[in-house]
Design a protein around this ligand. Structure first.
Ligand code: GRF
Length: 212
């Protein structure tokens, strides 16, 4: 069983897809714990509804980020977590946390990095007048949305798109892309970059025939 932790601060729609499609639907992936920094986050409710253990690490309860992340890493390690999935986790992880899970922390971003990093990837793409955007799943490093790309999928931005209409298509694409990447990790089909490289090798022959 490939054990993952999902870290989420908000609504957790991606968590829900992971629960439905992988935790409940795939024989080899288990969501061992759902972690949030926000007490009362909808993501925690979704986990509880699926009988998945939850843990909350609000920054205010600790001396600082390092202490908080140390406690969080201890809990994940004790639970045998093999992959840490950030799905709308709105906090930076400390380098000390990342060192404990080398190439085992991934993030979902609603744009084609390195375009439109940060918290407003969808809005920024619309404001910029981009014609193509998409979603990125990448390894997390010490920067903001700067780690090596694992998978990217693109979609067109229509001239009459609003932030809301584009967001709806981006989220649908995220719900397709993130579970697939987790599945590929579970199957050992993701090879992290060599020391002097950023190239992640992904052994996936499945071609998406969905038109976004
Ligand atoms: C997603 O758009 C993801 O790309 C971003 O945060 C959002 C989380 O959405 N990092 P949800 O909480 O899974 O609905």
């Amino acid at each position: 069983m490939f054990k993952i932790a999902v870290l989420a601060s908000g609504s957790g729609s991606n968590l829900q897809v992971i629960i439905d499609r992988l935790h409940a639907g795939a024989p080899d992936v288990e969501v061992a714990v759902v972690v949030s920094n926000v007490p009362g986050a909808l993501a925690l409710e979704r986990a509880e509804r699926a009988d998945i253990p939850t843990a909350i690490f609000p920054l205010d309860d600790y001396a600082g980020r390092e202490a908080r992340d140390r406690a969080m890493a201890d809990a994940l390690e004790a639970g045998g977590v093999e992959l840490v999935v950030l799905a709308g986790y709105m906090q930076l992880l400390t380098p000390q946390f990342l060192e404990r899970f080398p190439h085992r922390v991934i993030n979902l971003h609603p744009a084609l990095l390195p375009s439109f990093p940060g918290e407003h990837g969808i809005e920024d793409a619309v404001r910029f007048g981009a014609k193509v955007t998409g979603v990125t799943v990448h390894f997390v490093d010490a920067g903001v949305d700067t780690g090596p790309v694992i998978r990217q999928e693109a979609l067109p931005v229509h001239d009459d798109d609003t932030v809301a209409s584009l967001a709806a298509r981006i989220h649908a694409l995220e719900h397709h892309t993130l579970p697939r990447v987790i599945e590929l990790f579970a199957q050992g089909k993701v090879t992290p970059p060599a020391p002097d490289s950023r190239l992640v090798r992904v052994d996936d022959t499945q071609i998406s025939d969905i038109v976004w």
